[in-house]
Design a protein around this ligand. Structure first.
Ligand code: CA
Length: 225
């Protein structure tokens, strides 16, 4: 998720930038309306945070132009002025939301998330679990070690997902049976051993660092050691 902040007050800009970066967004800052428009035109952003009082042109004017050129990119206006007229002018200029300064970062973040969800962009955030050089892409159902893609069956995928959600934790055969097979009865835990071995062959064979380890008498653990 890439966000552009058009804001001339450096303090405010870096406050927003840092907060958004901590939340996993990629952020660029423009200090004037003109440079903001240029950046918006030359890069793709998922959302734009726009201040109204800029040193060169009015934020309302910037908003109008952005919405003309990039109608699908949500624009959230920041303003020090709480007046209704300003708010209306903002929405009239095409703004998708309007926040009055001073605001709490949590409020801004919540509104950004809503706008991204509405514009259908939030879903593209990939859900990926990582342990050492092993990656599990939950959306695309792909496992990868280093740059090598690993083919897994649905059962193996679920088993690996359970391991990767509990790295470093010893999982008993019963734990695994319950979570991966939904088996609350004793269904013969050597099925678990068989599947763990399938998985091991796929993710550890040929790699120096082994990730799935046997804890004799307890079960299995996924860890990088
Ligand atoms: Ca300003």
């Amino acid at each position: 998720m890439k966000i552009l902040i058009i804001e001339d007050e450096q303090k405010v800009a870096s406050f927003i930038k840092e907060g958004l970066e901590e939340n996993g967004y990629e952020v660029k800052v423009a200090g004037t309306g003109i440079s903001g428009e240029k950046m918006a035109g030359s890069h793709t952003f998922d959302l734009i945070v726009l201040d109204i009082i800029l040193p060169d042109i009015s934020g309302f004017e910037v908003c109008r132009r952005l919405k003309r050129d990039l109608p699908d990119t949500p624009v959230l206006i920041l303003s020090a002025r709480a007046g209704t007229t300003d708010k209306l002018t903002g929405f009239d200029a095409g703004a998708d939301d309007y926040l009055v300064k001073p605001f709490e970062f949590a409020e801004l973040l919540a509104r950004i998330k809503v706008l991204l969800r509405k514009s259908g962009k939030a879903e593209s955030t990939p859900q990926i679990l990582t342990v050492a050089d092993l990656e599990l892409d939950l959306d695309r159902k792909i496992a990868r070690r280093g740059n090598i893609e690993i083919e897994l069956t649905a059962r193996e995928f679920n088993l690996l997902e359970y391991f990767m959600r509990n790295p470093g934790k010893v999982l008993s055969r019963n734990d695994i049976a319950e979570h991966v097979w939904d088996a609350s009865f004793d269904f013969g835990t050597n099925v678990v051993d068989v599947y763990v071995n399938f998985l091991r062959k796929k993710i550890d064979r040929g790699f120096d660092r082994k990730l799935i380890h046997t804890k004799t008498g307890f079960g299995y653990v996924l860890e990088d050691k």
